[in-house]
Write a protein that binds this ligand. Structure first.
Ligand code: XUL
Length: 547
C-alpha cells in the first residue's frame, strides 16, 4: 500500500456545523492531528430556491427570525456528498473511514416534528434527496432561530414563573431571553394550538440534524439545552416550573437530556447507503455552536477565556461551578467538558468600530495607528459604543456618549475610546462570573488562570489585541477561529469515540495539535491595571445612570 493510500484509509472523525448562514463539515485525522477535508455551503448562495437572506426567511416584521429546517436537511445531504468527493480525490479515501460524527448548530432554534417522525426517519429512502422526505415530517414548516426578538410577552410570563431575572438565572443559568427556546415554544403553542397538537417532538437545531444522522429521535446535550430556559442548571434535568410556564404537555415532547460526551447511536441506513458512511459509525450527541467553539479554540480548563470580535463581539469562558449572573446579562451554559461556561453577546461589535473609523475617514491601518499613538486608559476618556440597541448591556435604544472630556475632533483618542469601552464592557459584564478583573471591587484574591484567546476579524489588528490584553490584564493568544465550531464538533466526536474504545484521553490531549497557538503571546502593558481602574469605574457609573 502506498503511503498516500495508507493515510487515506486511516480512521477519520467528522464535525458538522450548521450555523446561521452556512453548513460546514470537516473531516479530521486525529492521529495525524490534521484537517484532511472541508466542505461548506452557504444557504443564500448555494440553495437560493429557499429564498433566505443571511440564512433566514425575509419577514415584514423585523423582530421575526425564521428559517426552514428542510433547508438544513438539504444542506447536510449536499455537504456530505461534496465531502465524500473531496475524500475520494485524496488517494481514494471515503466517508467509510469515519469512526464518529457530531453536529454543532446555531443555538436556541426549535424544530417541531410530527408524531411518528421517528419511524419515518428510520425508513428514509437513500435513493431520494433528504429534504423532500423530511419536509412532511415537520409540524411547523419554519423554525424560529436565535435572531428572533418577537417574544417579549412570553419572556415576561416565564421569567415571572421562575422568580424574576435573578430566579431565572439561578435556576436555568440565564434570564429568559427573546431568542431562547421556551418563549418561542410558548408563542407557537399559544398562537397555533393545532400545530402544537400535531407536534410529537420539539427539538433544537443540533438535535434535529443529529436525529437525521441517527434515523431516530436524538437526545439533547446539556450544552445546547442550557440555551432553552427549560433546563435546571444544577440537576441538568428539565425544570418542571419552566415546562409548566411554557406549554401544555411539553415534557412528553422534549427529548431526553444527556452529558455532552455521550454516544447516542450509530448512523442510519440512509447515510450508509447514500453517502458511504460505515454501518458502525458512532453518532455523538450534538451541541450548540458556542460550546463547540470553546473546544475548537482549545478552551478546556476552568479559567480559559476567549474574546471573539466579529459582526457581534462575544466573550466566553469556562467558569467555576455555582456562579451565575443574577443581573441577567451573562448566560451560563454547559461546555462540552461538562464545566459551566459563560457567554456574553454584544451586538455593537465591528459595526461600532467601523462607525468611528469612517467618521475620521480612516482605513483599518489608520485605526490601528490611532490606537498605538494613544496611551492605555486614554487619559480617562471613553466613548460609549452602543450605536444600535444592545444585548449586553440590555439597551432598547442606541446610546452613544463621550465621557471624560473626549473631544469629537480628536480622531486618535476616539478610536481608542471605542475599543476600550467595548472591551471594558465585556470585562465588566463578565466580572460577576469570573472575578479578578480590572477595577474589581469584590475583594477576591487573584486565582490561577488559564489561556486567554482573541479570535475573529478584528483580532487580526495587533493594536486591538493589545487593548484586550491591557483591559483584561492577561497575556492574549491570537487564534484563527474560522471553523472553530466544526472543529470543536469533530474534537468532541474524537473524545467520545476514544472513550467508547476505552482510551480515556484528557481534553488537552484531544485538542493538542489542533488548537495550539500560532503566533506570539501579546503581554499586557506595564501599569495597565492602574490605567483601567478609573475607566472601569466610569463605565459602571454610566451603566447605573443609563439603567
Ligand atoms: C448564542 C446565540 C448565537 C447563536 C449563533 O446565545 O444566540 O451565538 O448560537 O449561532
Amino acid at each position: 500500500m502506498s503511503a498516500d493510500a495508507a493515510r487515506a484509509s486511516r480512521p477519520l472523525v467528522l464535525g458538522i456545523d450548521a450555523s446561521t448562514q452556512s453548513l460546514t463539515a470537516l473531516a479530521i485525522d486525529p492521529e495525524e492531528r490534521a484537517v484532511v477535508a472541508r466542505e461548506s455551503l452557504g444557504y443564500d448562495r448555494d440553495l437560493p430556491h429557499w429564498g433566505t437572506r443571511g440564512g433566514q426567511l425575509p419577514a415584514d416584521d423585523p423582530r421575526l427570525g425564521r428559517a426552514p429546517p428542510a433547508m438544513w436537511a438539504e444542506a447536510l445531504d449536499a455537504v456530505l456528498g461534496g465531502l465524500a468527493r473531496r475524500l475520494a480525490d485524496r488517494a481514494g479515501g471515503s466517508l467509510a473511514s469515519v469512526g464518529a460524527v457530531s453536529v454543532a448548530a446555531q443555538q436556541h432554534g426549535s424544530v417541531c416534528l410530527r408524531a411518528g417522525a421517528d419511524r419515518a426517519l428510520r425508513e428514509l429512502d437513500p435513493a431520494r434527496p433528504l429534504a423532500a422526505q423530511v419536509e412532511p415530517l415537520l409540524a411547523r414548516a419554519v423554525a424560529p432561530i436565535w435572531t428572533d426578538a418577537s417574544t417579549g410577552a412570553e419572556c415576561r410570563a416565564i421569567r415571572e414563573a421562575l422568580g424574576g431575572r435573578a430566579g431565572a438565572a439561578r435556576r436555568t443559568g440565564s434570564d429568559v431571553f427573546e431568542r431562547f427556546t421556551a418563549p418561542q415554544i410558548r408563542r407557537f403553542a399559544t398562537r397555533d394550538p393545532a400545530g402544537w397538537e400535531a407536534t410529537g417532538t420539539v427539538t433544537l437545531v443540533s438535535g434535529f440534524l443529529t436525529s437525521l444522522l441517527l434515523g431516530a429521535g436524538a437526545p439533547l446535550d446539556h450544552g445546547d439545552a442550557s440555551g432553552t430556559a427549560l433546563m435546571d442548571l444544577a440537576t441538568r434535568q428539565w425544570l418542571p416550573e419552566a415546562l409548566e410556564a411554557t406549554a401544555p404537555e411539553l415534557l412528553r415532547r422534549l427529548p431526553p437530556l444527556v452529558h455532552p460526551d455521550t454516544v447516542v447511536g450509530t448512523v442510519s441506513r440512509f447515510f450508509i447507503e447514500r453517502h458511504g458512511l460505515a454501518p458502525g459509525c458512532l453518532v455523538i450527541a450534538g451541541t450548540g455552536d458556542n460550546p463547540a467553539s470553546a473546544i475548537g479554540l482549545g478552551m478546556v480548563a476552568p479559567g480559559d477565556l476567549a474574546v471573539s470580535l466579529g459582526t457581534s463581539d462575544t466573550c466566553f469562558a469556562l467558569i467555576e461551578e455555582g456562579r451565575v449572573d443574577e443581573s441577567g446579562q451573562a448566560h451560563v451554559f454547559v461546555a462540552p467538558t461538562g464545566d459551566p461556561m459563560m457567554l456574553l453577546c454584544a451586538r455593537n461589535g465591528s459595526l461600532a468600530r467601523e462607525r468611528v473609523r469612517d467618521t475620521y475617514g480612516l482605513d483599518w491601518h489608520g485605526f490601528a495607528r490611532a490606537i498605538e499613538t494613544t496611551p492605555p486608559g486614554n487619559q480617562g476618556r471613553l466613548l460609549l459604543p452602543w450605536f444600535e440597541p444592545e444585548i449586553v448591556p440590555r439597551l432598547e435604544r442606541p446610546w452613544v456618549e463621550r465621557l471624560g472630556g473626549l473631544d469629537e475632533r480628536d480622531p486618535a483618542a476616539s478610536c481608542r475610546a471605542v475599543v476600550e469601552a467595548q472591551m471594558l464592557s465585556l470585562a465588566e459584564h463578565a466580572r460577576p462570573l469570573l472575578g479578578g478583573l480590572p477595577g474589581r471591587d469584590d475583594g477576591e484574591p487573584d486565582r490561577p488562570r488559564g489561556r486567554m484567546l482573541a479570535t475573529g476579524g478584528a483580532a487580526a489588528n495587533p493594536a486591538v489585541v493589545q487593548v484586550i490584553a491591557d483591559v483584561f490584564a492577561r497575556p492574549v493568544e491570537v487564534l484563527d477561529g474560522t471553523d472553530a465550531a466544526a472543529l470543536g464538533a469533530a474534537l468532541r466526536a474524537t473524545h467520545a469515540w476514544q472513550r467508547e474504545l476505552g482510551h480515556l484521553a484528557s481534553w488537552p490531549e484531544t485538542t493538542a495539535g489542533f488548537t495550539d497557538r500560532a503566533g506570539a503571546l501579546v503581554e499586557p502593558s506595564p501599569g495597565c491595571r492602574e490605567a483601567y481602574a478609573p475607566l472601569a469605574a466610569m463605565l459602571r457609573e454610566a451603566l447605573r445612570r443609563i439603567r
